[in-house]
Every structure is written in C-alpha cells, then in structure tokens.
Ligand binder design. Structure first.
Ligand code: ATP
Ligand code: MG
Length: 372
C-alpha cells in the first residue's frame, strides 16, 4: 500500500496543494522551519489519525484557520484504491472518512495503511523512560493486529477502573474484595494477551536487528532488544504468574491505591554488543540503532500484514556520518514507499537525480512545496 496522492487543504504552515508521490522514493529537502516535518506529519495523521509529535489536534490547525483538512489516495499492488480524508472543524469536531464513509471509531483506521515514522522524538525510544518503549511496541503491535489494539484498550480501561476502586478504598469493605477479584480476572485476561504478543514480536525484531546494524555501521557488533516484563513468565504460565503477583501485592496496592504489577510496567532494553544503549550509547549509535529498529519494524509489519508499510524518515541523515548516510537507504525494501527529509546541506551532499519514475524530489520553502 502506498500513498499516490496527497491533498493539503489546511494543515500547519503548508500551503494548499496537491502532490503525486512516487511509489518508491520521495525526497523532501529544505532549510529549517520550512515545513518538511509538517508534511511528514500530515501523512502520518492520514494513516493513524494522530500526530507523532503532539497530542493536541488543535496544534495542527494553521494559525489563521479554524480547522484542518488533509486527503489522500492510497493504492495497493493489486490496484485497490482507497480515498481517505481527515478533518477537524469547529462544528463537526474530528472526522475520518474512508471512501466517503465516516468511521465511527478512529481506532478502525489503525492497520488499514501501515506506517512507520522515524523522527527526532524517537531518541526517547532508546534513551527515554520505559513508557516511550511501551508506546513504540503498542503502535507496532496495534498495526499488526486489531486484536492487540482491542486488548490494549480493554486492559487500560480495566486498569483505570481498578485504580479508581483502590483510590476510593472500596477494597477491604464488604463485597469490596469480590469486586477486586473480578477486576483481577479481567486484568489478567487482557494483560496476558499483551505480554504474549510483546514477547513474540521482540523475537521477530531480533531476527533482523544485528544484520541491519552491521550493514549500516560496517561493524560486527550485535544489536538486540530484550523484553523485561514486569512479571517474569513462560509462555504457558502467564495467567497463573500474573494472578499470584497480584495476590502478593494486594496489601501494598491497597496502601498505595494503585495497580502495582502488570504489563503497564513492562520495559524493553536495547543493547549493542551486550552494552545497554541507554547507558553507554553515543548519539550516533542511538541514531543507527533507531534506523535499524525502524527497518526491522518494516520487515515485521510486512510479514504480519503482507503490506509494505509507508516509511517516513524525518531528518534521516542527521547524526550519521558520511559513510552511514550513504548506506542508510539500503536497509529499506526497494519496493516500499519511503519519504526522506533532509536539510539543504543534505541535498547538496546527496544530489539526488531529478524526479524519475522511481523517485520524486521536492523542495520546501516557507510552506510551499515544489517538485524538482
Ligand atoms: P527543521 O529542519 O528545523 O526540522 P522543518 O522544515 O521540519 O524544519 P516544520 O517543523 O515542518 O519545519 O515547521 C515549519 C514551520 O511551521 C515552523 O516555522 C513552525 O512555526 C510552523 N508551524 C507549526 N505549526 C503551525 C501551525 N499550526 N500553523 C502555522 N504554522 C505552524
Ligand atoms: Mg523538521
């Protein structure tokens, strides 16, 4: 699935325009603060109904407008075509339309047009707190299977209600213990599915990571990610382990008034040749690991969905030396659609050929995007 056409009507600083994209490589260059990331963000929004850099939909509205509107046409190899539109306006709120039909839940969009973004905020995945790593895995797994997204939403709902109950000190009162048991059953049921899925996808990612990292860096160092679940388990005993962990902390949970064990406290650890990246990695190593991770993610998504995800690689060359920059695009399947942004300096260094059937090049200048 690739994005063949994008129509920007109203979005951040971008001027209204229609673009035809290459199914393969699309380069977007320009000076700082011209609108490169905004373009990438508009594409991401169309695929996942949210931005990768803000939780606030109103941030996407141009300063002088009351709403945003972005439309696009996606094509698959089998020539199946879908029209998608996403909009926010003062009267109707936020809406998504696929082939003219309004989606009643934004989550139904997830997985229709698989997408991966690499952006400056991704340094948080390898260097930030565990929540950023859980977020990475949640987005990947939700695009792989709507079942995972359902389980995640249910788990989060149960967790919230269980915490409210603990805060209201319902447990310990008459019937309170029964209610807590009932929440535990659901917490374990949905939580176990999340843990199973996380363990499996980590193995799949690891089957690619070292190979990609070696291509990029020319070094025989390994890159891997390890799952550190909050509750230690084997694939066949998750439920019993989760239940006994809950029983063990019952007293403490009542005191602290929150749920203390479960996959909402999972972590994942990245390591280069067994040295933890978060503690020892240089800026360039983080970037190389992230690029390798995104390439592995693309392979996993392709295997699971039989669809090449669209890749948005924002500021791809930043933090990479010349040698790594020249190899970085080799990591991505030639038949997948890739959007790469870079500065004017990258443009001068890379000198991509003019637009051809296999690639398109765009220059962004103050919100105006021209094909060259
Ligand atoms: P860099 O190379 O620094 O990453 P960029 O080309 O990626 O630059 P963008 O992040 O796309 O730059 O931002 C371009 C401009 O858009 C910025 O000047 C920013 O202030 C402006 N901008 C951001 N949000 C809005 C908005 N809602 N309305 C109008 N302009 C906005
Ligand atoms: Mg940018």
């Amino acid at each position: 699935m690739y994005l063949s056409r994008l129509e920007i009507h109203r979005f951040r600083n971008l001027r209204p325009a229609t673009f035809e994209f290459s199914p393969f490589r699309n380069y977007v260059f320009g000076d700082n603060a011209q609108g490169k990331t905004n373009l990438i963000e508009a594409i991401y929004l169309l695929c996942l109904a949210k931005s990768f850099r803000t939780r606030e939909d109103v941030d996407l509205v141009p300063f002088s407008e009351n709403g945003y509107l972005v439309e696009g046409r996606f094509l698959s190899n089998e020539s199946i075509s879908h029209h998608a539109a996403i909009m926010l306006d003062a009267q109707q709120g936020k809406q998504i339309k696929i082939d003219g039909k309004r989606l009643n839940q934004f989550s139904k969009l997830v997985g229709l047009f698989p997408i991966i973004v690499l952006s400056v905020d991704d340094y948080e995945i390898t260097s930030g707190p565990p929540a950023q790593r859980r977020r990475f895995f949640n987005i990947l797994l939700s695009q792989c299977s709507s079942r995972y997204l359902d389980d995640l939403k249910r788990y989060e709902k149960v967790l919230k209600q269980r915490n409210v109950m603990l805060q209201e000190r319902v447990a310990g009162r008459r019937n309170g213990e029964h209610m807590l048991d009932a929440w535990n059953t659901q917490l374990v049921q949905f939580g176990a599915q999340l843990m199973r899925a996380r363990a499996a996808i980590v193995d799949e990612l690891n089957s690619h990571l070292t190979a990609y990292y070696s291509i990029l860096t020319n070094k025989k160092w390994s890159l891997r990610v390890d799952y550190h679940p909050n509750i230690r388990f084997k694939m066949n005993d998750i439920e019993t382990r989760f239940e006994s962990a809950l029983n063990r902390v019952r007293h403490k949970e009542k005191k602290q008034a929150k749920t203390l064990v479960g996959p909402h406290r999972d972590d994942f650890i990245f390591a280069i040749s067994d040295h933890e990246l978060r503690k020892f990695g240089s800026r360039g190593e983080h970037k190389s690991a992230l690029v390798s991770l995104k390439a592995a993610e693309a392979q996993v998504l392709y295997k699971r969905t039989e669809n090449h995800p669209i890749l948005l690689l924002d500021d791809l060359f930043a933090e990479l030396d010349r040698d790594r920059s020249s190899k970085v695009l080799e990591l991505f399947d030639p038949s997948s659609q890739v959007f790469v942004t870079g500065t004017s300096l990258d443009y001068a260094g890379l000198r991509p050929a003019e637009s051809t059937a296999h690639q398109s090049t765009f220059i962004v200048d103050n919100g105006k995007i021209n094909r060259v």
